[in-house]
Design a protein around this ligand. Sequence first.
Ligand SMILES: Cc1cc2nc3c(=O)[nH]c(=O)nc-3n(C[C@H](O)[C@H](O)[C@H](O)COP(=O)(O)OP(=O)(O)OC[C@H]3O[C@@H](n4cnc5c(N)ncnc54)[C@H](O)[C@@H]3O)c2cc1C
Length: 287
Amino acid sequence: MKPPLFDYVTPESVEEAVAARAAEVDSVLLAGGQSLLATLNFRIANPALLIDISRIPSLRGIDVNDSEIIVRAMVRQREVELSEAVHQANPLVREVLQNVAHTVVRNRGTVAGSIAHADAAAELPAMLLAVEGSVDVQGPGRKRSIAAGDLFQFHLTTSLADDEMIIAVRIPVLPPATGWSYMEFARRHGDYALAGICALVTLDGDGRCTKARLSACGIASTAVRLASAEEELTGDMLDETAIARAAKAARDAVTAVDDSQASTAYRRHLVDTLTRRTLIQAKGRVA
Ligand SMILES: Cc1cc2nc3c(=O)[nH]c(=O)nc-3n(C[C@H](O)[C@H](O)[C@H](O)COP(=O)(O)OP(=O)(O)OC[C@H]3O[C@@H](n4cnc5c(N)ncnc54)[C@H](O)[C@@H]3O)c2cc1C
């Protein structure tokens, strides 16, 4: 199908973009277009105005410092995936991105766009939760930061106000003595995951877990942090018993109902298996 008629503007600054958004309630931002154009073509969305943010110079570029990776809003997923500086700072990011769609989609799609889109099955929101990242947000005359834990409210719904946009995504660098892993199960490579798990474990000198961070996509109405599973690991050696307890707690976090892709029971089985595997891999990667 063809998209409905809409007006189209190409602001050259963030200020112009948020002003255009504030002036037309029935407007939508266009970044890489990899999710938005499908909703237009299927006439799920019918906005009066498209605000194309791809020509705003201040939304380009990645910065990496000692504490975090800053990905500005128009940086494409593929650029982040290929960045050696990002990979050195936090190797979880590339591992997750390699599971997002296909290379051609990642060539256009942005990291910020995927996070703003907030698909419950998308990998990047789960990654942002696991690394305890945040987004920088701008509205007319105001800026704020939203922690990942406060961002995702429901499938395709975030806590961004209607007149706000993400201008950058902040991803903390991997802490010392921390191992990482992302694994998912999708019916075909490049499909959204039926279930995906991010795991980060920090160990002390004796191999005891001082901090565990687990998150999931595809199993609930948003990407979710698996706090109960994390509690099963913190303070313990990551042996088979602790990992089995965490896998059971993760499995209990599945709230997605049966759908055409998978039953709840099958998703629980996937979460159990993926939690065990990611924890074993993350533990093995602690340097
Ligand atoms: C064939 C195919 C397979 C895919 N498979 C996967 C997959 O397996 N996993 C996955 O995670 N994704 C998948 N995607 C989606 C892809 O990752 C998209 O690129 C991404 O979801 C949206 O990024 P975008 O830059 O294209 O955003 P757009 O499509 O341009 O925008 C998406 C939404 O986010 C809003 N938005 C964009 N940027 C901002 C901003 N800076 N501030 C506020 N709101 C903003 C837009 O207004 C719109 O509502 C797939 C897409 C395709 C076409």
